[in-house]
Design a protein around this ligand. Structure first.
Ligand SMILES: NC(=O)c1ccc[n+]([C@@H]2O[C@H](COP(=O)([O-])OP(=O)(O)OC[C@H]3O[C@@H](n4cnc5c(N)ncnc54)[C@H](OP(=O)(O)O)[C@@H]3O)[C@@H](O)[C@H]2O)c1
Length: 483
């Protein structure tokens, strides 16, 4: 098997892709005959490339002996022919990882196609096949986000890629989906009998997803200023989490059965209109953002966003969903909270008037992966005092083994032809359609407020009044005020 990394001199290759391949190799999960070919513009020898990789992880000699590096220009077909000749030295399947910025994606994929790096023997029939007709080998391509910047560009990009490759060769990666807890959402919901009966508007009061990062935009100013937190995080990670948490049970564990349900869920998100976007969304920017390198002086890009919306289907009608995401916040945390309704009659209200917290199921994705259920319990002793306690499922405590990195899992799935954790083109389109319904309105309304917050806060102060108007509190504040 050949693993070809385009954009091999970049950050993602060094920090994530190559360490993940190495860990798979160490765990004996790669075929014996694997080879790795790195391709990018930077001039380097094989040894120079290996040395560069070594700055992030120690690789053993046997692994390094399988690595080659080719330099070339992304828009020059001859460079890809040279790449093709190198790969031909090792017959076998081809996994092509496109670790490149989006603005060069079209050039790169067109040349990969023209140089027959995917259609290995250049037969006409290969163009509609995931396998090479002559050799029987497969070729698959892994694409990194962003997948477009709005509905139209995503659809357009998709047409472009589908003209070059078969949809089943296209693996659109969202590394969030490779996290153990994300995969466990489906197991938790559909392999246990006690949760699914409660998973609906009869028992759930509201849902909250939080994705907060402590870091600012670092060296990604030029990219981030054109994107903003909604495009960077909400359109993909947050909506992917939401769809796994709230979709209907798939008819099987097949990739397309799962993705069909995710698409149905995304299609049922209530779009914002001229009135709702003003009251049900809020955006912010951290103090000092305009001074970051690569950011436009008159930028209106948001580094914080919070939105409230509904899922318009039988199961979830009337249950508000809140999503909040931001940069330069107090902590690096990704969590989803399912808040259950309060009891119809509060039996203990005289004993613990301030302790009538609703039950919550919390999915913690980072920094510590786990699933927790909050319940009220009596404090041991003669007094009758109640306190919320958490029933914890923590990976470190329950499984005494290393948690594989998300990239490891996803690379292995791509090798094994399992598309379940990769995103299909229609999921991307539906997610953009929802996001566009408020984002385009923000962008067309220069008067729409962009509230400032100090780095290290949880977001702008206005986010509290935003959610209180609907009778809720953000999770952290909820705990602080009520527990
Ligand atoms: N880094 C991450 O943690 C991360 C996480 C999620 C998604 N992604 C996505 O993964 C992809 C790769 O990320 P990355 O961080 O590795 O990117 P990167 O370091 O900025 O770029 C990868 C390589 O592409 C080439 N390149 C960069 N800018 C270029 C330009 N304007 N024109 C032509 N070539 C250019 C460079 O190689 P040469 O100059 O040697 O050709 C560079 O080494 C991006 O789409 C990114 O959005 C990255």
């Amino acid at each position: 098997m050949n693993i070809i990394i385009v954009g091999a001199s970049g950050d993602l290759t060094q920090r994530k892709i190559m360490p993940a391949i190495y860990d798979l190799y160490k765990d004996k999960l790669l075929p014996d005959d694997f080879h790795i070919v790195g391709f990018s513009r930077t001039q380097m020898t094989d040894d120079g490339f290996i040395k560069k990789l070594g700055a992030f992880k120690d690789y053993d000699q046997n692994f390094c002996s399988r690595i080659e590096y080719i330099s070339g220009e992304y828009s020059n077909l001859d460079s890809y022919k040279k790449l093709g000749e190198t790969i031909l030295k090792h017959d076998g399947n081809r996994l092509i990882y496109l670790a490149i910025p989006p603005d060069i994606l079209r050039d790169v994929t067109a040349n990969i196609s023209k140089a027959h790096i995917v259609t290995q023997c250049a037969c006409e029939e290969d163009k509609t096949n995931s396998y090479c007709v002559k050799t029987g080998n497969w070729s698959r391509l892994i694409f990194e986000k962003p997948f477009g910047t709005d509905t139209d560009s995503a659809v357009d990009l998709n047409y472009y890629l589908q003209a070059l490759f078969d949809e089943h060769q296209i693996y659109r990666i969202d590394h969030f989906l490779g996290k153990e807890t994300v995969q466990n959402i489906m197991i938790f919901r559909f392999a246990n009998s006690i949760f699914e009966p409660l998973w609906n508007n009869h028992y759930v009061d509201h849902i909250e997803i939080n994705i907060s990062e402590e870091v600012k935009i670092q060296s990604r100013g030029a990219y981030f200023d054109n994107a903003g937190i909604v495009r960077d995080v909400i359109q993909n990670h947050a909506l992917q989490l939401l769809s796994l948490l709230t979709m209907e049970p798939p008819i099987s564990f097949d990739a397309d059965a799962i993705r069909d349900e995710k698409v149905k869920l995304l299609k049922s998100l209530a779009l914002y209109d001229e009135n709702t976007y003003k009251d049900h969304t809020i955006r912010g920017v951290y103090h000092g953002y305009l001074q970051e390198t690569g950011v436009k002086q008159d930028s209106k890009t948001e580094t914080f966003a919070a939105i409230r919306f509904f899922i318009q289907n039988w199961r979830w009608a009337g249950v508000p969903v809140y999503i909040r995401a931001g940069k330069a916040l107090a902590s690096k945390t990704t969590q989803a909270h399912i808040y259950f309704k309060e009891l119809p009659h509060k039996l203990f209200k005289n004993i613990a008037p301030d302790r009538n917290l609703p039950n919550q199921i919390i999915f913690k994705f980072q920094p510590h992966e786990g699933i927790h259920l909050t319940c009220l319990s009596k404090i041991p002793g003669k007094n009758f005092e109640l306190v919320p306690v958490e029933m914890d499922f923590n990976y470190q405590m329950n499984f005494n083994s290393r948690l594989p990195d998300a990239y490891e899992r996803l690379l292995l799935d791509a090798i094994n032809n399992d598309l379940s954790l990769f995103i299909r083109h229609d999921e991307i389109k539906e997610a953009w359609r929802f996001v566009d319904s408020f984002l385009k309105r923000w962008e067309n309304n220069s008067q729409f407020p962009l509230y400032e917050y100090n780095p290290g806060q949880n977001g702008p102060e206005q986010m509290h009044t935003f959610i209180k108007r609907f009778g809720h509190l953000w999770n952290k504040e909820y705990c602080r005020l009520k527990i």
